[in-house]
Structures are given as structure tokens and as C-alpha cells.
Write a protein that binds this ligand. Structure first.
Ligand SMILES: C[S@@+](CC[C@H](N)C(=O)[O-])C[C@H]1O[C@@H](n2cnc3c(N)ncnc32)[C@H](O)[C@@H]1O
Length: 261
């Protein structure tokens, strides 16, 4: 169930990229710009990458880059297992939990977790975002330094609640990580430009409480909810403990081990 506003996005290819465009249209169920010329947003396939462009905005394109840019920098200099995100999911020396990132977005957090050794499943229900992640992973697999990290990341272009409902009990993730789109407001004035674009495209995730409940009932060890630092707890529920960074808070909900009958 997607409760965010659905904005029209069409797929456009630069010359020579048309066969790949058809493959993307089929895989993610997106229309081509020939079929939907009035869409406000375009996913443009260039010879280098797939990128999201707003028709009536001067803001630059949004794309997923696991090799260079901010994520490449964070991979090299990002603080390792001592960084708040790693501590929040319970990474310890020699132990990296299996993680479901149930709200993958642009997959930046998922990439950090995979670069620290975790196997990460990424659920993303927006076909546009899923297509961008898929393209970023495709390019990462071609890079000798990053390919091993990308192989630990498995994209599921679907709603996490539906995906979790299909899981066998022995496949339950140790950790479920949630970073739902937070309503734009005073807590989020400092959001990055890319996140502003996502907010315009997708709107807030109004059903995040339901996903949270499902996560709490499914995770083996913990559920981690990322929030702006001063935001209220999700569903008003007090976490077991929180980890803070400069602008962000990670609320950690430890799961009770099943008691034997
Ligand atoms: C704030 S963004 C996440 C950003 C991400 N943590 C990152 O590092 O790039 C939230 C994303 O979660 C997705 N989302 C929200 N609810 C979802 C659900 N139930 N299943 C799958 N994706 C969901 C939204 O479509 C949106 O792309």
C-alpha cells in the first residue's frame, strides 16, 4: 500500500540506449516518455547512468553513485564500526548482522552497512527509486573496489510489508532498519537537496507506523528507526535505547527472545 502522492514519471533514453530503456520499463512498470509525454518528472538514461530530473526545476539530477561522490568518500573515511549507524544496528568486532533496510530510498545507509560487512536486503516500493538503486548497483558491480560490497546488497523492488509477509520464519532478518520519509517541517529544515527532491516526488510515508509494527513482530534482534534528532518517537513508542549523531537519532527497539513453551 503506497499512501504517498503518486507523481507521474516517465522514462527517457538518450540515442543508442533504447533497448535498455525497454528493459527498465518492463522491470519497473514505468511508462516511457513517448507514452506519457506530460509527466513532470523524467528518468533519463544517459550513456553513464540513470538519473531523475524534474521538468520544472533547476535542481540538478538525482542518481545513485556507490563508487564516487559522497558515498565513495564515506567508504574511505567514514568512521567504520564506531559510527552511530553501525552502533545502532549492533555491529560488533567480527560480527555483522543480516539486515533488512525496509525503506531503501537512495540506498546510502544500506551501502554504508554493506561496506561494513553486513548482508543487506533493500526493499523500495517506489519503482523510480528502485530503478535508480538497480542502476547504481549495476555500475558498482563493474568497479573492482566496490563490487564485493554491491554483492552483499540485494534489491527487492517492492513494499517491505508485503515482502516480510512472504518470509519463512527461518529467513527473518536479524535487524530491520527503518528510515521513513518524515514530513517536511521544522525538524527537517536541513535536509539535503536530494532528500528535498524525494520529498517532492514521494511525499511523507504516512503508513510508517504500520510498517514499524510489522517490523517489531518480525525482526529477530532489533528494529532501528532513524529520525531527525528532535522528532517524536515513531508511534510515540519509547525505544530501548537511542544513539545520536549531529542531526540524527537512531531509536533502537530490542526484540524479546522467544520464550520456550
Ligand atoms: C527517507 S527515504 C530513505 C533514505 C535511505 N535511508 C537512504 O539512505 O537513502 C524513505 C524511502 O522509503 C520508502 N518506503 C517507505 N515505506 C516503504 C515500504 N513500506 N516499503 C518499501 N519502501 C518504503 C520510500 O519510498 C522512500 O524512498
Amino acid at each position: 500500500m503506497e499512501t504517498a502522492p503518486r507523481q507521474a514519471v516517465c522514462l527517457h533514453a538518450q540515442p543508442g540506449q533504447e533497448p535498455e530503456l525497454d528493459r527498465l520499463a518492463r522491470r519497473y512498470g514505468l511508462p516511457t516518455c513517448a507514452a506519457q509525454p506530460s509527466a513532470d518528472w523524467r528518468l533519463v538514461l544517459t550513456p553513464q547512468r540513470l538519473q531523475l530530473e524534474a521538468r520544472c526545476s533547476r535542481q540538478g539530477p538525482v542518481y545513485v553513485d556507490f563508487v564516487g561522490g559522497a558515498l565513495g568518500h564515506r567508504r574511505r573515511f567514514g568512521g567504520g564500526r564506531g559510527q552511530p549507524l553501525a552502533r545502532a544496528v549492533g555491529m560488533q568486532r567480527g560480527r555483522s548482522p543480516r539486515i533488512l533496510d525496509a525503506t531503501a530510498g537512495l540506498a546510502r545507509d544500506a551501502f554504508v552497512l554493506a561496506s561494513l560487512g553486513s548482508e543487506v536486503t533493500l526493499c523500495e516500493r517506489s519503482p523510480v527509486l528502485a530503478a535508480l538503486i538497480g542502476d547504481g548497483l549495476r555500475r558498482a558491480l563493474l568497479d573492482s573496489e566496490v563490487a564485493a560490497i554491491a554483492r552483499r546488497m540485494t534489491l527487492q523492488p517492492t513494499d517491505a510489508a508485503d515482502w516480510l509477509a512472504e518470509l519463512a520464519p527461518e529467513q527473518r532478518p536479524e535487524v530491520i532498519y527503518l528510515d521513513p520519509m518524515y514530513p517536511a517541517g521544522k525538524d527537517t529544515v536541513l535536509v539535503k537537496k536530494e532528500m528535498q527532491t524525494l520529498q517532492r516526488l514521494l511525499g511523507p510515508d504516512r503508513d510508517s507506523g504500520r510498517l514499524f509494527e510489522i517490523a517489531l513482530a518480525t525482526a529477530v534482534r532489533r528494529v532501528v528507526v532513524k529520525r531527525p534528532k528532535r522528532a517524536a518517537w515513531l508511534l510515540g513508542r519509547r525505544p530501548s535505547v537511542s544513539v545520536e549523531s549531529r542531526k540524527t537519532r537512531y531509536d533502537i527497539y530490542l526484540c524479546q527472545p522467544a520464550t520456550p513453551p
